[in-house]
Design a protein around this ligand. Structure first.
Ligand code: PLP
Length: 404
């Protein structure tokens, strides 16, 4: 008997995949043959890589690699338990202290991923009687956390602070806790959440303020301290989530806030209580990454200078990189709006064949009719790489009728 035999119980899944194939949005995973780098090889094919979140090139920084090897030699490859049982290693505590100092907050808790940090935190700090006011484009991990909390979810229009206030007013006579939550940087459009306006608004209504800085960590604010630092909102955001999986280069997520918040999460956040902690090598790499944010700020400068250069080139070629019926990017995340799902996926595939890797993104990740490819430059791309990517994108888009 083969292990992959058709199972009639799962026929509906096969049918769903057939449907995606018919729509042209079914995908095969691209497999990276070497390191995550500005130029690398997927499926045996060399490409300029505009698809990763490795903003600062830290996934293969020699100091992070060295730290991982050293920690593995001394402490082994795994922690062996969840944090609350026997899996809290000294290096986990060192990482949490390091991040708390970096973010200038009382305390920090590290989770296995940014997803776990968001979902675990939102579901832990709110209950059935409470209310969540959430931007319509917030990340899936926030939405899942909100659903798990069983609180009532009120969605406000994207970055619409007035709409958020209206919802807060409507809830003014209710007794439940209220949480206002926004992404610091929105992952599909690259625009920045209005933390400077939402935080004072939350304060006026006595609501908890929470920011998900997954794409802002290492990118926005002084030395990459995130959107709260970018807007000078220190002390006004109760819960700051960040990721260790993107610019920081390794894996994990964290929550920063008061000592009591973090202690509460130690006792109540389910991914913390029921899922094993990160290997010591990961914690060691992350500690080194925060050193590098402080010691090598030129990486962040290069990231932003490459971003300006690349986005200017796209605008010059008359690509729609947001701002017309979609938000306008303000960060290295660069959406190139194509419209129809199949066209976006075809464009992405054609670019890959010509040596440029940029992910196609279609419904349901983005709204119907706003399919796109998403490009992210890093500090490690050189100008010749960006020039070649721009030239290729323009040529392929013209050939396919995406550009006139
Ligand atoms: C990527 C992302 C996450 C999840 O972070 P991981 O560490 O990859 O699990 C959470 N929120 C946003 C906005 C993200 O873009």
């Amino acid at each position: 008997m083969t292990q992959t035999a058709f199972r009639p119980q799962l026929a509906h899944l096969t049918a769903a995949m057939e449907e995606l194939r018919a729509k042209g949005t079914h995908f095969k995973l691209r497999v990276l043959d070497d390191q995550q780098a500005a130029v690398c090889q997927y499926d045996g094919h060399e490409v300029i890589n505009l698809a990763s979140n490795n903003y600062l090139g830290l996934t293969n920084h020699p100091k992070l690699i060295e730290a991982a090897i050293a920690a593995t030699s001394v402490f082994g490859v795994g922690s062996g338990a969840v944090r609350t049982i026997a899996g809290t290693m000294r290096i986990h505590m060192e990482l949490e202290e390091k991040i708390a100092r970096f973010k200038n907050v009382e305390a920090c808790v590290v989770f296995q991923s940014g997803f776990a940090a968001n979902a675990g935190t939102v579901s832990a700090i709110l209950g059935k009687e409470d209310f969540i006011l959430s931007d319509e484009l917030n990340h899936a991990s926030i939405i899942d956390g909100a659903r798990l909390s069983r609180a009532t979810i009120k969605v406000f229009r994207h970055k619409d602070v007035g709409h958020c206030e209206q919802l807060l007013q409507e809830l003014d006579s209710t007794s439940g806790h209220k949480l206002v939550i926004t992404d610091g940087v929105f992952s599909m459009d690259g625009d920045i959440g209005p933390v400077d306006k939402l935080a004072p608004l939350a304060e006026r209504y006595g609501a908890i303020m929470m920011v998900d800085d997954a794409h802002a960590s290492g990118v926005l604010g002084r030395n990459g301290r995130g959107s709260v630092d970018h807007f000078g909102m220190h002390g006004k955001v109760d819960v700051q989530v960040g990721t260790l999986s993107k610019a920081i280069g390794a894996l994990g997520g964290y929550v920063c806030g008061s000592k009591d918040l973090i202690d509460y999460l130690y006792h109540r956040a389910r991914p913390f209580l029921f899922s094993t902690s990160a290997p010591p090598s990961v914690a060691a790499s992350c500690i080194e990454a925060f050193n590098i944010l402080e010691q090598e700020p030129e990486r962040i400068e290069r990231l932003w200078s490459n971003t300006r250069y690349f986005q200017e080139g796209l605008r010059r070629a008359a690509f729609n990189i947001g701002g017309i019926n979609t938000p306008a990017t303000e960060t290295p995340i660069t959406p190139i709006i194509v419209g129809e799902g199949r066209a976006a996926m075809d464009f992405s595939r054609a670019l890959f064949d010509e040596g440029v890797m940029a992910t196609g993104i279609a419904f349901p990740t983005v709204p119907e009719g706003k399919a796109r490819i998403r490009a992210i430059v890093t500090s490690e791309h050189t100008r010749p790489m960006l020039d070649r990517a721009l030239e290729t994108m323009e040529r392929v888009a013209k050939r396919m009728g995406i550009l006139g």
